[in-house]
Design a protein around this ligand. Structure first.
Ligand code: FAD
Length: 484
């Protein structure tokens, strides 16, 4: 039989569930990736993710050729609308089946349903597999048969069920010979960014490793320091986390490989590994929340929270703009937003701080922040991002209680005590002593002058006063009390 493997957010040719099933089931397998116009057309012309994907496809193409053991094999790359292109290509190639991995985002599910329908009309099957998560959809349910909406019991159920079966790699390499030579008329190679209508970004400057090789290198580096993860992960100036999120997002690493390694090390007594495994479980948790409660993509998980009246109008727009640009006058918030704007990454602690600041200091709807993150994060993932924003705004399942409001100054003192992170991203404050760096408006005028800081000029004054904002937020959130 002839088949077509459709790569989406699983850009690797090792330990890939759909690729394994496809190779096993087909005598001749073609592989395709579609730069989907339905997604790309809406993006700004400079987007690190498009560049990351393109580079990762070059690596995937090489990985596939190596797997096939022949130079003529490799990836077909198209720039088209995937929902129309996949059925057309499958027919043109004479494929009897198309293979892909599950995607839990509502728009992707809709696209896949359309592709399935079009393929069925042509008598072609669509086989999909679980690959992105360890457990998905209905694999973990409460005793009452309902989806989990609280993390700790979900995590316990996850840990109770997981075993070698769920974590073992798919031995794709055994079946590489089924990879077909690229058909006549299919141009070799991955299109350039320019051919896709995009310009290059600062990805190379950031030295962000791409492709499966990059993912493996980062994973190997992290596994060396995983034992200290629980002590280092909250400090943005420290190399504590794995930085693997973009690779998990695009599937250039295997979740089974990472969860398997963490699970094994945790069983051997590594506390750091156990804590990190917990983060991977949060990832599965939010995938299943999005699958079971797709309304979260637009509305609060807890409906009562949609009664909150957020700030609107010119003043709110100006505050939002200040937040986006990192000009709020709160150094930790501003440094975090600078990190996002300059690199497309933001440390987890800072994501919590800036999200809380937007909703609970500026009184702005979490959905506006969610959208900004969606546009700028390299690792943007609807399930995790929505989960994070709804956690911070308290509207989500198992969220931060609504009356808990981060103090942006004490968070700064606690997690960037010597100001190393702030100084890296806000060089204009670089000469302020640590004692003055977290709240420059409280610094002595001589201190500011000696450091060359002119408040309101070289660095903004705070756009809101935290204590007053806090009181306003408690009042704003009072409407939810009735719904609890
Ligand atoms: P590590 O600390 O090394 O964690 C390892 C992996 O675990 C991550 O790569 C990620 O896949 C997963 N993970 C960690 N924390 C979470 C979490 N809370 N929820 C789900 N998965 C998690 N993560 C994204 O991948 N994409 C997003 O769009 C995203 N948006 C967020 C928005 C907000 C407001 C918040 C508070 C968190 C968000 N997160 C998101 C979760 C988390 O901040 C990032 O996964 C993490 O910072 C990525 O860095 P890392 O790979 O070095 O993390």
């Amino acid at each position: 039989a002839c088949g077509l493997m459709w790569f989406r957010r699983d850009l690797r040719a090792h330990d890939n569930a759909a690729l394994f099933h496809a190779l096993k089931g087909c005598r001749q397998l073609h592989c395709v990736f579609v730069f989907d116009r339905a997604i790309l057309d809406a993006l700004p012309r400079r987007d690190r993710r498009v560049e990351f994907i393109r580079e990762s496809l070059v690596a995937l193409d090489a990985e596939l050729r190596a797997l096939a053991g022949q130079a003529g094999a490799g990836l077909i790359v198209r720039h088209a609308t995937a929902a129309a292109e996949i059925p057309a290509l499958a027919q043109a190639l004479g494929a009897q089946a198309v293979f892909a991995n599950h995607d839990y985002e509502p728009q992707a599910a809709e696209r896949d349903a359309r592709v399935r329908g079009a393929l069925a009309e042509a008598g072609i099957a669509l086989h999909t597999s679980k690959d992105q998560a360890v457990f998905e959809r209905d694999e973990l349910l409460t005793q009452a048969g309902k989806p989990y909406a609280v993390f700790t019991p979900y995590k316990n159920a996850w840990l109770g069920k997981v075993d070698a079966f769920y974590l073992k790699p798919y031995p794709v390499q055994r079946y590489g010979a089924a990879l077909a030579p690229r058909p006549e008329g299919q141009r070799a190679g991955v299109p350039t960014l320019q051919a896709l209508g995009f310009e290059s970004t600062n990805l190379a400057e950031l030295r962000m490793p791409t492709g499966a090789g990059g993912g493996q290198a980062l994973a190997a580096d992290f596994l060396e320091r995983i034992d200290r993860y629980h002590e280092t992960r909250d400090f943005p100036a420290v190399k504590g986390p794995s930085y693997l999120s973009v690779h998990l997002r695009f599937g250039t690493v295997s979740i089974r490989h990472l969860a398997g390694a963490a699970h094994r090390l945790a069983a051997e007594g590594s506390h750091g590994a156990a804590v990190w495994l917990g983060e991977l479980i949060w990832r599965d948790f939010y995938f299943q929340i999005l699958h079971h409660f797709p309304h979260v993509a637009q509305r609060s998980f807890k409906p009562g929270y949609d009664a909150i009246r957020w700030e609107h109008g010119k003043h709110a727009d100006a505050l939002f703009q200040a937040w986006c640009e990192g000009c709020t006058g709160y150094p930790l918030v501003d440094a975090a937003m600078a990190q996002l704007n300059q690199t497309g990454y933001m440390h987890n602690r800072l994501r919590m701080v800036v999200a809380s600041f937007l909703c609970k200091d500026l009184g702005i709807d979490w959905r506006r922040g969610e959208r900004y993150f969606a546009e700028h994060l390299n690792d943007y993932d609807l399930a995790a991002n929505n989960g994070g924003w709804q956690w911070a705004s308290s509207s989500g399942c198992d969220a931060q209680p609504w009356f808990r409001i981060f103090n942006p100054v004490s968070q700064s003192q606690k997690f960037d005590a010597d100001g190393r992170f702030i100084r890296r991203y806000l060089p204009q404050l670089g000469r302020l002593p640590a004692g003055a760096l977290h709240a420059p408006w409280l610094a002595m005028p001589v201190e500011l002058a000696a450091a060359g800081v002119a408040l309101g000029d070289s660095y903004p004054r705070p756009v809101v006063q935290h204590d007053a904002a806090r009181a306003q937020t408690l009042a704003r959130y009072a409407v939810v009390r009735k719904t609890l």
